[in-house]
Structure formats: C-alpha cells, structure tokens
Design a protein around this ligand. Structure first.
Ligand SMILES: NC(=O)c1ccc[n+]([C@@H]2O[C@H](COP(=O)([O-])OP(=O)(O)OC[C@H]3O[C@@H](n4cnc5c(N)ncnc54)[C@H](OP(=O)(O)O)[C@@H]3O)[C@@H](O)[C@H]2O)c1
Length: 322
C-alpha cells in the first residue's frame, strides 16, 4: 500500500510517496482499494497551506474504488461494491478507510475513471446551477475557466438547462473545448477584455450571474459583467483569495449580491449527497454532460499533476491512477 504524505505545506516537493500498512476499518467505516483518484484545485490549496489541515496529512478529496472490508454496523455498502466519494482528505493513496456515509454507489454504465473525474466537480456544478443560483431558461451566465474541470461540466449543464453561456479561457487552444462545452460565446483572456466581451454579448446589459473560480485577479472585473441586482458567485481562488475591504463596491456597481459558497455546505447529509450525485449520474448517463478526462497521471507522478494544474496546462478533469 502506498500513499502521499505532506509533512510541511509548500511546493510540489512536499508531496512524498510512502509505503504504509492500513488497519481494519472501524465501526461505521469501510476499507476501499482505490481505482482512480480525482485531482482538484482544492488539493493545491491544502498543499500550499491556503486551506489548513493538521500535519502530517494525506491530501486528495475524491476517489473511486472497490469496497474490500466493511466495519461494524455498516449497512449501505458491502464488499465488492464500486463506490466513489468526495470531501474526505486522504484520497492520494492506493487504499484507505473511510466513513461509509461518505460513499456513493457508482451506477452501472459509469466507469470508475469517469466517476472519480466528475463527482466533486459535478456536484459543484449542480449546486451552482440549482441551489446557489436557480438558472432559468434564457438566463445568461458567465463562467471563468470554461475548459477546466468544474467549468466544463458547469457550461454543458447550464446550456442544457437553457442558459446562454458565455465562457472565458486562458489560451487559444482552450477555445474549441469551451465551444464543445456548449459556450455560445468564448472569450480568450490572453487577448480579449472579458468585461467588454460580456457586455457586447448581452447588448450592454450584463449577465444575472457570474461564476468566478479565479478569485483575486478577476473579482472586481467580474462584478462589472453583472446587470443590476446580479449575483457574483465567487467559488474559487485559483489566482489567490478575495477580500472585499469596502462593501460599497456592491452598491456602486448596481446593488449586486455576492456569495462565496462551498460544496460541502450543500452535501451535509448522506441523503443530500446521494440525491445530488444521482442527478449528476443521470445527466452523465444521458450524455447531456460528457466528462472529458484531459489527462491521467500515476500516483508517483503527483507533483507533475499539481504542476500542470497550477500552470493552466490541464483541460477538463484530471485523474490519478493509484
Ligand atoms: N467552492 C466550491 O465548492 C468549489 C468546488 C470545486 C472547485 N472549486 C473551485 O473551482 C475552480 C476550478 O477547479 P478545478 O479543480 O476544476 O480546476 P480547473 O478549472 O481544471 O483548473 C483551474 C483553471 O483556472 C484557470 N486559471 C486562471 N488563472 C489561473 C492561475 N493563475 N493559476 C491556475 N489556474 C488559473 C485555468 O484555466 P484557463 O487557462 O482557461 O484560464 C486553469 O485551467 C478552482 O478555483 C476550485 O477551487 C470550488
């Protein structure tokens, strides 16, 4: 058995691959042999220390695998079941013990790779479109990182719901991908002004909702893309965390709303988790959402995977093979 351990937060050199032995699962837990691990930007925040964790720790929030042992009192899964989870640190490992109520059964017809590539990102797209803002047919939405992991699912699902999807990407190569994701308009941040382009695409009106995962560098300009009373959904920090020193900025820019949500507040109960995951698997099985696994890395190459994600070299989802 192998896992990645972080003793000190910092750069990718802090990701150490070690051998280990795992004890039997405790009451309410199961032991899983991972088959695919999902790479997420939140893994970078934990590695750098932006999000706190008690050290030493094994990073990674999402994986699919097979149940190998079941602890006392577990009734929702049994040995041999294919399961996936997100939201429990410790996924960068070949095996782990985990609370059984974190697990979602993988339906037939969905592979382990696809489920590890989509659960965390797809549940995020789900709450962003149905809960944080209830997207209605005809609503325009502006999405940063429209060819990335969350962005790819968010754009496809938003388009399916009848949204007018405006997506931004960081380079020419990502433009066709954002189009495939259903974007009606694609903005290339490397040579276009996104505020100007969003205004142009909406006849000057602006959009009712912006989904901004880039954070610090784009926050203020993303506010300028909103129509009066519009909602700024600031859901990530890829360029650094956002602080608002002056709430007056929201009144000056049109009595705007801002929310800084996180997935794990929308999956508080096992029932919520399973229901939302089923909604995701349904759109995947119907091919409404196509999960694009842009790249795969071996667990021993986890530093390369982090470098690629941080340097904007990935597209779609990334999985790690244990
Ligand atoms: N709040 C939540 O519940 C929640 C849940 C899941 C994810 N998230 C957030 O959603 C975002 C997307 O996550 P993901 O895992 O799917 O990652 P991702 O979108 O696949 O990768 C991040 C993308 O951000 C863009 N980017 C722009 N400037 C960047 C910079 N300075 N450094 C790195 N990337 C930059 C890049 O796309 P371009 O080159 O096209 O600009 C890059 O590919 C992250 O911010 C993550 O924290 C939030």
């Amino acid at each position: 058995m192998q896992k990645i351990v972080i003793n000190q937060t910092g750069g990718t050199e802090q990701l150490n691959l070690v051998d280990f032995e795992l004890g039997t699962p405790g009451a309410g837990e199961v032991q899983i042999k991972h088959t695919a691990i999902g790479l997420n930007f939140i893994d970078v925040y934990f590695r750098t220390g932006l999000y706190p964790a008690e050290k030493p720790f094994t990073p990674g929030m999402e994986a699919a695998g097979i149940v190998e042992q079941v602890g006392e009192g577990v009734t929702n899964v049994k040995s041999g079941d294919r399961v996936v989870y997100c939201g429990a640190l410790g996924a960068y490992a070949t095996h782990r013990n985990i609370a059984a109520d974190k697990l979602v059964p993988i339906p037939d017809g969905v592979s382990d790779d696809i489920s590890a590539a989509s659960l965390l990102k797809g549940l995020t797209a789900h709450y962003l479109l149905f809960l944080t803002y209830k997207l209605k047919k005809g609503d325009a939405m502006f999405v940063q990182a429209a060819a990335g992991g969350v962005g790819s699912i968010l754009c496809q699902w938003g388009k399916h719901l009848g949204g007018y999807v405006i997506g931004a990407v960081g380079s020419d190569e990502k433009v066709p991908l954002a189009k495939e994701n259903g974007c009606d308009v694609v903005i290339n941040l490397s040579n276009e002004d996104f505020v100007e382009k969003v205004r142009e695409a909406t006849d000057g009106k602006g959009v009712p909702v912006v989904y901004d995962s880039l954070g610090k560098d784009t926050f203020e300009k993303s506010l300028d893309c909103l129509q009066p009373h519009g909602l700024m959904v600031s859901y990530g920090n890829a360029t650094g965390p956002v602080s608002i020193p002056d709430l007056g900025i929201l009144s000056r820019k049109g009595s705007l709303y801002v929310v800084r949500p996180k997935l794990f507040d929308y999956t508080n109960t096992h029932e919520e988790l399973v229901n939302n995951a089923n909604a995701l698997f349904d759109v995947i099985q119907k091919n409404v959402v196509k999960v694009n696994i842009g790249q795969k890395f071996d667990l021993k190459d986890i530093a390369k995977a982090h470098n690629a994600l941080e340097n904007r070299q990935t597209t779609g989802s990334t999985i790690i093979l244990p």
